[in-house]
Design a protein around this ligand. Structure first.
Ligand code: AMP
Length: 462
């Protein structure tokens, strides 16, 4: 993580916040914190992107709390600040940081998560918390039930906005926006990427003349994380590699990402049977169970957490020095989030990805997203026969025997340059594949049968 040269004390933060920073040994803001503070403190709306593990949470939490501690509430009963996060785990983690920084103040705070007792939350809301951290679905339910009013809201903060939109929370965000209609409301939107059409649409609706900050684009290399890719043939091969990695690579704790929920349980059980202490976390567990699992993992009771993308965002687990993509994520950006579970706060991390035939398309998307070609590593004795597929070339649609060739195909002089260009594009792609092939030592990939091509989708069926 990049730290700014100026210490926290130069930012003019409320002394109660500076005291907590001192207590935590945090002396210097990170780049995103340094850039975001003056914008937020001066009351502007903000849309910001920042790499995972860059200190994003404190980038909004500290100036937000500074504003609340140094100004009078617009309305005594309604919450003053609302922080929305896409997953319960992330919301909980933001809440923990909020609790740390409000401990020496008289700010009353609350956490509202889906899957937890609604009536208990109503009781909490009757105590008029000034700062609320919530998942959007549950907050919207409270609005519908009129157990919360947001007319006096001064700060609306959306963490991982792109993820909230990907998870289908656009309607709830609009509902929350409509309910929090104070003209002096300040809105902050944090997203892993600003190149997300839905995020930009939402920003146009929710933010007023926002300032923009992009610190480290999502695809930039994460210098603290060593990334390695391994080809593999099938599920058994993947498991053999997984076992080899978890028993030979050095690590404190590891997270293994799988494509499906059932695979989390299955693999965790299998790893336990191989004497690798593991626990599974998936979205289908109850909130209580999810909390227990995360608590026991973060207290170091298990070496390995096997999970789906539910745990890929935001979670700050400092003991995790190894991330393994047992299956590659469908979205390339998700890859960046997953590997960002390690290499946190300047620590070194290793991210290993297993690439089978069914991961190939996802692998090519990740390669395109990272904007460089990727070479494969191998473990002696565990090499794969699979060497990747050649890029698909567009085949001409078959013409039936009785169908005459189209006029343009026969002799449109204007069409000629296009044909040449298309041929050039194909040859460029081919050359790229060849250069990749030679750098990876790839054998010419087998010609694919149509059925094999379709089975590329969804490692989950393995
Ligand atoms: P985040 O990107 O918010 O998930 O934060 C990642 C990690 O960086 C957390 O462990 C924070 O405690 C840590 N962190 C945040 N701000 C700083 C800072 N200014 N100096 C050092 N570490 C920090």
């Amino acid at each position: 993580m990049t730290l700014s040269p100026e210490p926290f004390t130069d930012l003019g933060l409320d002394t109660r916040l500076v005291n907590v920073l001192n207590h935590l040994g945090l002396t210097t803001p990170t780049e995103i914190q340094d850039q975001a503070f003056p914008i937020i403190v001066s009351g502007h709306d903000l849309i910001a992107s920042s790499k995972t593990g860059s200190g994003k949470t404190l980038a909004f939490l500290l100036p937000a709390l500074h504003r609340l501690l140094t100004t009078k509430a617009l309305n005594k009963r309604d919450p003053r600040a609302l922080i929305l996060a896409p997953t319960r785990e992330l919301a909980k983690q933001v809440y923990e940081q909020l609790r740390t920084f409000t401990s020496g103040t008289d700010l009353n705070i609350a956490l509202l998560l889906g899957g937890e007792n609604f009536n208990e939350q109503i009781k909490v809301l009757r105590k008029y918390p000034q700062v609320i951290v919530a998942t959007p679905g549950r907050l919207a339910n409270h609005l519908t039930a009129r157990s919360i009013l947001l007319n006096g809201l001064e700060l609306l903060i959306m963490d991982e906005a792109d993820r909230m939109l990907d998870l289908g929370f656009a309607e709830q965000l609009n509902q929350i926006n409509d309910a929090a209609d104070h003209r002096r409301r300040q809105t902050l939107m944090f997203s892993a990427t600003l190149e997300h059409a839905a995020v930009n649409d939402m920003a146009n609706t929710l933010l007023k003349a926002p300032k923009r900050i992009a610190v480290g684009a999502a695809h930039t290399e994460h210098g603290d994380i060593e990334q390695r890719f391994y080809l593999c043939d099938h599920l058994d091969h993947k498991q053999a590699l997984l076992q080899h990695i978890l028993t030979t690579e050095p690590y404190q704790q590891a997270i293994v990402f799988t494509a499906t929920r059932p695979d989390t349980e299955r693999l965790a059980n299998w790893l336990n049977a191989q004497n690798v202490s593991s626990i599974a976390l998936s979205g289908e567990r109850s909130q209580g169970e999810r909390n227990k699992i995360m608590d026991s993992f973060s207290r170091g009771q298990h070496k390995v957490l096997v999970t789906t993308d539910v745990a890929s965002r935001g979670l700050d687990l400092l003991q995790v020095s190894l991330v393994i993509n047992f299956d590659l994520p469908k979205q390339a950006e998700e890859y960046v989030h997953r590997i960002g579970r390690t290499g946190r706060a300047g620590a070194k991390g290793v991210a290993l990805s297993l690439v089978g035939p069914k991961d190939w398309e996802a692998f090519k998307r990740i390669e395109a997203f990272l904007q460089h070609s990727i070479n494969f590593d191998h473990y002696a004795g565990l090499e794969a026969k699979f060497k990747g597929f050649r890029p698909k070339t567009r085949t001409q649609p078959k013409r039936s025997a009785h169908q005459a060739p189209s006029k343009s195909a026969v002799k449109s002089p204007k069409a000629a340059p296009k044909v040449v260009k298309a041929a050039k594009d194909r040859s460029d792609r081919h050359n790229h594949a060849n250069s990749l092939g030679s750098s990876d030592g790839m054998a010419p990939p087998k010609r694919k049968k149509p059925s094999l091509q379709r089975s590329d989708e969804g490692e989950q069926d393995l």
